[in-house]
Design a protein around this ligand. Structure first.
Ligand code: ADP
Ligand code: MG
Length: 380
C-alpha cells in the first residue's frame, strides 16, 4: 500500500508528445481510473510509473520514495498489459501460481498460494479453467487469467491497462462489479486505464481524463459528470454524447444561433460577452413536457426521428438550427414530425466558452450549470 505522486511528467516519441506535463496525486488505497481515447497517452503513463520506459522529465514517487533511479522490478508495482502474456506451456493454475513462486516476491506456503489464487479466480470467474492451457481459452478468458496473474500477488501499486477490453459487453459489466469488490477488498492503490466511460464512472474513486498527453480534469465520477471542465470531457462521458451547440453571449444573455434558446448566466461565471460561447445539454437531462415548468429552460422543436431503446426512447429533435438528441423516459409519447416542448432543469445547463471554429474550443472553461440564475432562464 502506498501513495503515488507524479510530477511534471513529460514523454515524447520523436515529435509526438505522448505525455505533457502530467501532475497527479493518488491516495493510498485509491482506485484511480485514467480515461481517454486511443492514443491519448494512457499506456505511456502506466509504463512511466512502472519504470518500463525512460521519461524526458518529471518524477514518480511511490510511498514517499522517488523512483527515478529505481529499477522496475524494485518498484513493487504490478502491471497488467493490454496484450496478455501467459506461459503457453503452463496451465492456468501454474500461470497464476508462478508470480507467487518467483524468488523476489517472497515465499508463500502452499496454503497461502492456494488461498490467494482462490480469491482471484473466484472474483474473475475462472475457477473452472484452472487445468486448461492458454491455447484452450477464449480471448476474454485469457485476459482474465492475465489480470489474475497481476492481482494474485501483493504490490504497492497495481497498474491495469484496459484489462477488460477483450470481454464482451455483458461479461464486462459483471466483471466491473466484481473488480470493484476486489479493489475494495485488496485496498491496493491502483491506476486503471480504460477508454470506456461507463467503466470509469462505475469503478473510479476518482477519474482522470487524458487528452493528447494532457491530464484535462481530475475528479470524482460525479465531479466530472456534473462539472466537465471542457467539451472534450463532456463528450467523453455519456452515450449518446452531450449536445453541444454554438451560441453568443450578448446583453447578459446566452442565445443560440436561431435565437430560440436564451439563458441568463450568473455573473459569477465571469463569462466574456461575444460570439464564442457554447451550450451543452446531456440527452438524458432533457425531458419532453406538455406544460412548461417555471424556472426551467424550454425549447420548442420538431421531432425528426424516434427510436425505442427498450424502456427509454431516443429522439432527434430539430430546434432552430440544431439537431438535439433527447433520451426520453417515454412518459409523454411523441411521434415523428410532432412539435414538442423540451425542458431542462437550469442546474443541468452547461455553458462553455469557445466555438467549433476555435482551435482551442475543446480546452475552454465551463460555466457550471449550478451557477445559473434560475430566474433568468427564459422560455425559448
Ligand atoms: P493510449 O494507451 O492512450 O492508446 P499510448 O500511450 O499507447 O496511448 O500512445 C500515446 C501516443 O504515443 C500515441 O500517439 C502513440 O502513437 C505514441 N507512441 C506510443 N508508444 C510509442 C512508441 N514506442 N514509439 C512511437 N510512438 C509511440
Ligand atoms: Mg494503450
Amino acid at each position: 500500500m502506498a501513495t503515488l505522486t507524479i510530477s511534471g511528467l513529460n514523454k515524447t516519441y520523436g515529435k509526438k508528445q505522448a505525455l505533457n506535463d502530467v501532475n497527479l496525486d493518488i491516495a493510498d488505497g485509491e482506485f484511480f481510473v485514467m480515461l481517454g481515447p486511443s492514443g491519448a497517452g494512457k499506456t505511456t503513463m502506466l509504463k512511466s510509473i512502472a519504470g518500463l520506459q525512460e521519461v524526458d522529465s518529471g518524477s514518480v514517487v511511490i510511498g514517499g520514495i522517488t523512483m527515478d533511479d529505481v529499477e522496475p522490478y524494485r518498484r513493487n508495482v504490478a502491471m497488467a498489459f493490454e496484450s496478455y502474456a501467459l506461459y503457453p506451456q503452463k496451465t492456468v493454475f501454474e500461470n497464476l501460481a508462478s508470480p507467487l513462486r518467483s524468488g523476489r516476491t517472497g515465499k508463500y506456503s502452499a496454503a497461502d498460494q492456494q488461498s490467494r489464487i482462490d480469491a482471484v479466480t473466484t472474483t474473475l470467474g475462472i475457477n473452472h479453467l484452472l487445468q486448461r492451457l492458454p491455447k484452450e481459452l477464449s480471448n476474454g478468458q485469457r485476459q482474465r487469467v492475465a489480470l489474475g496473474r497481476v492481482l494474485v500477488r501483493p504490490a504497492d501499486v497495481y497498474l491495469l491497462d484496459e484489462p477488460l477490453s477483450h470481454l464482451d459487453a455483458k461479461l464486462r459489466a459483471s466483471m466491473r462489479a466484481e473488480l470493484k469488490r476486489l479493489g475494495q477488498m485488496s485496498n491496493t492503490t491502483s491506476v486503471y486505464v480504460t477508454h470506456d466511460y461507463q467503466e470509469a464512472l462505475s469503478l473510479g474513486d476518482r477519474i482522470g481524463i487524458l487528452r493528447e498527453g494532457h491530464l484535462v480534469q481530475v475528479g470524482t465520477p460525479s465531479d466530472v459528470w456534473l462539472r466537465p471542465v471542457d467539451t472534450f470531457v463532456a463528450r467523453s462521458l455519456g452515450q449518446p454524447e452531450m449536445n453541444v451547440f454554438d451560441a453568443r453571449f450578448e446583453n447578459g444573455r446566452v442565445v443560440d444561433r436561431a435565437g430560440l434558446v436564451s439563458i441568463e448566466p450568473a455573473p459569477s461565471l465571469g463569462l466574456v460577452e461575444g460570439p464564442k460561447v457554447r451550450i451543452g445539454l446531456r440527452p438524458s437531462d432533457i425531458a419532453v413536457t406538455p406544460t412548461p415548468r417555471p424556472g426551467h429552460l424550454h425549447m420548442k422543436g420538431r421531432v425528426q426521428l424516434v427510436e425505442r431503446l427498450g424502456r427509454l426512447v431516443e429522439l432527434s429533435v430539430v430546434v432552430g438550427e440544431e439537431d438535439i438528441i433527447v433520451i426520453s423516459d417515454g412518459e409523454h409519447p411523441v411521434a415523428e414530425h410532432d412539435e414538442v416542448l423540451l425542458q431542462v432543469s437550469p442546474h443541468l445547463v452547461h455553458i462553455f466558452e469557445g466555438t467549433t471554429d476555435d482551435p482551442s474550443a475543446e480546452t475552454l472553461r465551463i460555466g457550471a450549470a449550478q451557477e445559473l440564475t434560475t430566474a433568468g432562464v427564459h422560455h425559448g
